[in-house]
Design a protein around this ligand. Structure first.
Ligand code: CA
Length: 234
């Protein structure tokens, strides 16, 4: 991370005292922290970009597991679960639904901070700032949000950029239209499938040399789309 660009952490915790302590410790380490005291507030805040989520299992309106599941359906965002259940089964379940790590309450804030750092180190390595694809035919600069096709800058809308990022970061993975709609619009999108086709069509016009025979964004008939680019070696 560049200086001045602080990693952002979402803390989903209804117990005010715990949330405040966690926030204080994380902020002291230079992280930017947002707190969501309920599941629904967490889902709203998750439309913004975070580098990591600290997620309490027991929330007033939802189960932490459900939020974790929603996060996992949409991204690889690192999740640390806070749980008061120390039973073996619950721990396994917590990881089984896609949490990257868990901390059992009562916990030491220092330990939580250490886990946050370790997890960000682990996940940060795989997260690049610039992607160069198919011999530099397509380049995506994540921090400046600039996209270059054969060296020429192309201007994408924020939605097109979000879709392209999802493709680039998950090359080879098949996305359904629903999944792309969620990525494009946030977690409560209820729009019509076809708008995604329109975004993809526009994106193809901008990044493909021949949008009738796309090199990057392939259609997977009956399912959705798949990104076909190959990452260049560093
Ligand atoms: Ca709780």
């Amino acid at each position: 991370m560049d200086a001045g660009q602080r990693e952002s952490i979402l803390v989903v915790e209804d117990e005010r005292k715990i949330a405040d302590i966690v926030r204080a410790y994380l902020e002291r380490e230079g992280y930017s922290v947002r707190i969501a005291p309920t599941g629904s507030e967490a889902l709203t805040l998750l439309r913004e970009r975070f580098e990591l989520v600290v997620l309490d299992l027991m929330l007033p309106d939802m189960q932490g597991e459900d939020i974790c599941r929603v996060i996992r359906e949409n991204s690889d965002l690192p999740v640390i679960m806070l749980t008061a259940k120390s039973g073996e089964e619950d721990r396994i379940r917590g990881l089984g639904i896609g949490a990257d790590d868990y901390v059992v309450k009562p916990f030491s804030p220092r330990e939580l901070v250490a886990r946050v750092k370790a997890l960000l180190r682990r996940t940060g390595k795989s997260r690049k700032k610039t992607y160069s694809i198919n011999g530099g035919n397509l380049r995506v600069d994540v921090s400046s949000r600039e996209v270059f096709v054969k060296g020429e800058k192309v201007v994408l809308t924020p939605t097109e950029f979000k879709i392209l990022m999802a493709f680039v970061e998950n090359s080879g993975r098949i996305f359904s239209r629903d999944q792309l709609a969620t990525i494009a619009q946030g977690f409560d999108f209820e729009g019509y499938d076809r708008t995604i086709d329109a975004h993809v069509k526009n994106l193809r016009h901008k990044i493909e040399s021949d949008s009738k025979s796309p090199e990057f964004i392939r259609t997977v008939y009956g399912i959705g789309y798949r990104f076909n680019g190959t990452m260049d070696e560093d």
